[in-house]
Design a protein around this ligand. Structure first.
Ligand SMILES: [Fe+2]
Ligand SMILES: [Fe+2]
Length: 136
């Protein structure tokens, strides 16, 4: 994509801030990720990296970039601690993209493209859920 305009940067920042300050999204703070980090910290780190990388691709439109931003923030929006549920431990890797997507659809008005990215973000661990969008 071409260089972002000030208006586009502001729009991305507004989306970022909306999710950062959302009470439902903040629930990811209670979910532990790797090395003492929370799901919340992890997701916003991923979002920054993905948008930075995606902004360099010529084939991406601004709409694509917005989808990448929202999908990366919500990709691990599964809202349960798999360590606390013995039966979830084994299935977590494959199951959590679908749970995250269902939660995201329930709590936010997200387009189908964002849903697809969330559902397929663990591919190839999920062979049947493979990426169909160009964002991945
Ligand atoms: Fe994940
Ligand atoms: Fe993740």
């Amino acid at each position: 994509m071409r260089k972002l305009t000030k208006q586009q940067k502001d729009e991305l920042e507004a989306i970022y801030q909306f999710y950062l300050n959302n009470e439902n999204v903040k629930r990811m703070n209670e979910i532990q990720m790797h090395r003492g980090s929370s799901c919340y910290i992890h997701s916003f780190r991923v979002a920054k990296l993905c948008v930075k990388k995606a902004a360099r691709y010529q084939r991406y439109t601004f709409e694509d970039l917005k989808n990448v931003l929202v999908a990366s923030i919500l990709h691990d929006y599964y809202l349960y601690d798999w360590r606390e549920h013995h039966e979830l431990k084994k299935k977590h890797g494959r199951r959590h993209p679908l749970v995250a997507c269902a939660n995201a659809v329930r709590d936010f008005n997200i387009p189908i493209e964002v849903q697809e990215i969330i559902k397929t973000h663990m591919w190839p661990l999920t062979p049947k859920l493979y990426p169909k969008t160009k964002e991945l």
